[in-house]
Structure formats: C-alpha cells, structure tokens
Design a protein around this ligand. Structure first.
Ligand SMILES: *Cc1c(COP(=O)(O)O)cnc(C)c1O
Length: 426
C-alpha cells in the first residue's frame, strides 16, 4: 500500500464502494465510538430489539396461547430459527436446532456420539482450544468411566497459536472414537480445514464435530457436503443474538434416528410430546437433541438478527470481512511496524477468520487506553489483543481511525496511565 492508500480519503472511498454499508444504520453504534469486539458479543440491532419486544408483547397478549399463536409461535421457534441458520452453515434445515448453550450442546452431542468400543475409547482435541470445550470433554470421559488424563488426546500447537492439519491427522489413530475441534481458533483466528479433517477422520472410522462459535456468521460452511457429523455454536458473537442468546447445533442427516444421549420431553416428536407418555418417541431430525422448554426470550432477538444475514448473505459478509482485516493488516504494517506488535493470526485469506490477533507486552493496558479513546477491543491474557472489524457494522473508516488512535497511544505512551492487568471479562 502506498502513502495515498493510507489516507482517510481512501478509507472513505472503500466505504463508498461497500454494498453492505447500509447495515451499519441498523445497529446501535456510538457516535464517536468504534466497536471491534463483535467476536465476543455482537452489537444490538434495531431489528433484534423489535423482535424481542414482539415476543414480550405476545406473552402479554396471549399468555399460554403464545406457544401456538401470534406471529412467532414459541413451540416452533427453535426449528424456525434453525431453518434461518441453515444457509450459514451449509446444512439442510432439519439438521439444525436452536437450543441450549454452546457447552450444553457439546455435552449433548458427545453424550450421544461418544460410544467407546473395543480399542476406540479416546477423544481427540487440541491444547489451544477454548477451555469450556476441554472441561466438557473431560467430564464426558469421566461419566463413561475413563480417565481423562489418558483418554483425552490433545494435539499440540507448534507455534502456540495455530494447529497443523498434518499433526491432527497424524493423531487420528485407531484408539480415537470422536474428534472435537474448533472451526476457527478463538485466539489466533486460524480456520481449520474442516473438509479435509472430516474426510481423514471418516477414512479411519472416527466421528468428527466442530465448535463453530467463531465462524458462524463470519465465514461460509458446507457442513452437509463435507459430511461433518455434528457441530454446535453460540449466537451472541457474530450473529448478534444478545447476551446469553440461545445456542444451536447441527447433526448430519445420516445420524437421524439415534436416541439422544441426554433426553427430555422436548426431544419428543412434536405431535407426541403432549401425550405425556413415559416412552419417549424422539423427533426424527435435529430437534431430538433438545432437552427442556426453550428459552424463548433469549431466542427472540435472533429473529431480527438473522433476517439481516438472510438478506446480506454470508458470501458478501465474508468478502467484506476479508477486505476489512486485509486493510487493517496493511495499515498495521505501514503505521505500526516499529512499536513491538506481533501479528499472530494467519496472514493467508483462506486460513484467516474474522478477527486479528496481535500480541504486545503491554497489551492489557494498551486495550485500556483504546477503551479510554472510545475504541472497544478484546483482551486475551496474557498479552493478546483481538480486533474484529465486523462486516455488518464496521467501516473502513473505523479501521483507519483505530490504527491512527493506536499510533497516538504508542507515540504519547498513553497506556502508561493504566495498570497492565486484565479486567474481569475482557
Ligand atoms: C464463546 C465460545 C464458547 C462459549 O460457550 P458458552 O457455552 O456459549 O458459554 C465455547 N467455545 C468457543 C470456541 C467459544 O468461542
């Protein structure tokens, strides 16, 4: 990039060419603030607010009848929202259900698919994944009477930030029963080659599932085509469903008819559920993986949020996201190369997710200084800064300003006014 391209005018030109620019208006952004933490908690949109209020109104108007009446009958909402998510993950509508939380869904799926037999008794994961996933896998092993120390195999990272598909494949030996990996690693933002890993797992008779928390709403997937066995994700990051919004899961059609590991009355075929029979007849699709009454109020904002994904399309969202992160990387190179920042996210487009991951010894207090300047980053201990310019509500001007402010923070040593320690959440 030359000097001219590092100008504010150039950023504005990119915004003027952006076909998704209009969606920014749909979100509650701050006048003089820049929100770059959409990979932890997406911003609230006006459509989410409206759909939340609609559900609240339905409760007010219909009481118990809200389950089957009103514009969004609650009894069918988990399935309806699953249909809306299908294009985002490349699945058939009936392979998805909106239910529970990420970790709860991981428990449900492993309780179902981890069926240790003969020498196949181990679960394969990795050493740099999100801790909740490891806690869940260890407890599932214990529940089946295995020692996690021996039966949870974790692939090491060579550089502490990324995983090599070769190393993962090499670990797929005949003792592995199930593999659980992230589609995009939560720190470095590396995309794993899900298609290749699925093919290799299946060659060895291993079931494979992915945690899509950081890829849902950020990159396209082809879960059905790749033959992925199961997947699960949250909806409060790139999908903007709001704090604690209900998660989702995917089960490949070839597994329909299995009895869920953790059953409840919402696992029932819908038409049988209110027969109240003690013999469960599970739903024939992903709906079988529900347990109890859906958290309707925590699904409501998704109705509005997902509409925008349907309209904008995940392909266009991914195109813009790559442009935003490429632009930010170039500006970092040009403006901030002498300040000790190290870019840890993959540089290649096909391996880079929706956020950048940058390390700096003063990261904790640089994040505090950014916040004092109205820019919201995401700190990851001990020294990582995640910056997520989100396609639906961030602009190229946001990216440009962020780099300018960061340069000023470094030049003026503004970060020294703060303690180099993390806060409770980020
Ligand atoms: C955010 C995130 C989670 C969160 O799990 P919850 O059960 O929704 O709290 C799990 N795994 C990964 C990879 C995440 O990024």
């Amino acid at each position: 990039m030359n000097m001219e391209n590092a100008s504010l005018e150039y950023a504005k030109k990119l915004d003027a060419q952006d076909v998704l620019y209009k969606y920014r208006e749909e979100f509650y952004t701050k006048e003089n603030g820049i929100y770059l933490d959409g990979n932890s908690l997406g911003l609230m949109s006006k459509r989410s607010e409206a759909s939340l209020l609609e559900i609240v109104e339905a409760w007010k108007q219909h009481g118990i009848d809200g389950w089957t009446e009103g514009e969004h009958p609650w009894f069918y909402l988990s399935e309806k929202l699953g249909e809306k998510m299908a294009p985002l993950v490349g699945a058939f509508s009936d392979e998805i259900i909106v239910t529970a939380s990420t970790t709860g869904n991981l428990h449900q799926l492993v309780a179902t698919f981890y069926q240790p037999k003969e020498e196949k008794t181990k679960i394969l994961a990795d050493t740099i994944t999100f801790p909740s996933d490891i806690y869940a896998l260890k407890s599932q092993l214990r529940l089946k009477g295995f020692d996690p120390e021996e039966h949870l195999v974790r692939v090491e990272s060579r550089d502490g930030h990324t995983l090599s598909e070769e190393d993962i494949i090499a670990a797929m030996d005949n003792t592995i029963s199930v593999i659980v990996l992230s589609s995009i690693l939560y720190r470095s933002g590396q995309i794993l080659d899900m298609k290749r890993l699925t093919t290799e797992a299946h060659k060895r008779g291993i079931i494979i599932g992915f945690d899509l928390c950081h890829s849902i709403g950020s990159i396209p997937h082809e879960l059905s085509e790749w033959g992925v066995d199961f997947a699960f994700w949250c909806t409060y990051k790139h999908l903007n469903g709001g704090p604690g919004s209900v998660g989702a899961l995917y089960v490949n059609r070839k597994h329909f008819g299995k009895v869920p590991g953790l059953a409840g009355w919402f696992s029932s075929k819908k038409e049988n559920q209110f027969d109240m029979d003690h013999e469960l007849v599970p739903e024939e699709h992903a709906g079988a993986y529900q347990i109890g009454t859906p958290h309707v109020l925590s699904m409501a904002p998704l109705i509005g949020a997902l509409e925008m994904f349907t309209e904008a399309g995940i392909t266009r969202i991914r195109e813009k996201s790559l442009k935003l992160t490429s632009y930010m990387m170039k500006l970092f190179e040009q403006e901030l190369s002498t300040y000790g920042f190290i870019m840890r996210n993959p540089l290649e487009e096909n391996r880079r997710g929706g956020h950048l991951f940058i390390e700096h010894p003063e990261a904790a207090r640089i994040c505090k200084a950014l916040k004092a300047n109205g820019i919201i980053p995401d700190f990851r201990a001990p020294n990582g800064i995640r910056l997520a310019p989100v396609a639906l509500y961030n602009t190229f001007e946001d990216v440009w300003k962020t780099v300018q402010v960061l340069k000023q923070i470094m030049d003026e040593e503004q970060y020294k006014k703060f303690e180099n320690k993390r806060g409770v959440v980020a």
